[in-house]
Design a protein around this ligand. Structure first.
Ligand code: COA
Length: 172
């Protein structure tokens, strides 16, 4: 499994993974593509040994109060046949590493309360539950806001040297 920076030529494959991963009633394709373009320079894909894109993580960054760096995970998904093989964890590890490299101290994300798989992944890399977001995903579909201290994130210690593709993103 290899994690590299997202390229625009990945768009079709990312959209297929997104459609296969989120049930109807989630954000529209238009909203997803808008997020993808906004976040494209901070986002990543996971490729398998055949060079096939099997997952993505969209990472957002901006300025918070008093100019502090804020960040978070906009969306993450792995193609169903390729789950439970470490792609999600590798994407989260690279995303948190990227946020740390850019001076973000605390990151957040939203997840549906009944999405146990995603919450397990987030807790495995250090996120904790911050608050319930009533009807965040629609009527009777609550969300959870989860936050992580990026500097303390467990995933950073778990990243194996070379697991992120530094050559591909021009940093070495
Ligand atoms: C959440 C998701 C990205 C995880 O991707 P993945 O590649 O399967 O995750 P990994 O194989 O790296 O698993 C890492 C850890 O996450 C947890 N985890 C992942 N899937 C899980 C599941 N179905 N049930 C319980 N825990 C799970 C485990 O702790 C796992 O570690 P382990 O395999 O050593 O037990 C994937 O299930 C997915 O795309 N889901 C649909 C889209 C989605 O819900 N995205 C999040 C929206 S907020």
């Amino acid at each position: 499994m290899r994690v590299r920076n997202l390229k625009l030529c990945d768009l079709a494959r990312i959209l297929r993974v997104e459609r296969a991963s989120f049930r109807a009633g989630g954000s529209s394709t238009t909203t997803f593509v808008a997020h993808l373009f906004r976040d494209r320079k901070n986002s990543f894909v996971a490729e398998n040994e055949d060079g096939e894109v099997v997952g993505y993580a969209l990472v957002r960054m901006g300025l918070g109060w008093l100019g502090s760096r804020r960040g978070g995970i906009t969306s993450i998904a792995v193609d169903p046949p390729h789950r439970r093989q470490g792609a999600g964890r590798a994407l989260m590890a690279r995303a948190l590493e990227h946020l740390a490299e850019h001076g973000v101290e605390e990151a957040d994300l939203e997840v549906e309360v009944d999405n146990g798989a995603a919450q397990s992944l987030y807790e495995a890399v250090g996120f904790r539950r911050a608050r319930v977001l009533r009807d965040y995903y629609g009527s009777d579909r609550d969300g959870l806001r989860m936050v992580v201290d990026v500097r303390q994130a467990g995933s950073l210690r778990d990243v194996q040297p070379g697991s992120a593709d530094r050559a591909a993103d021009g940093r070495g």
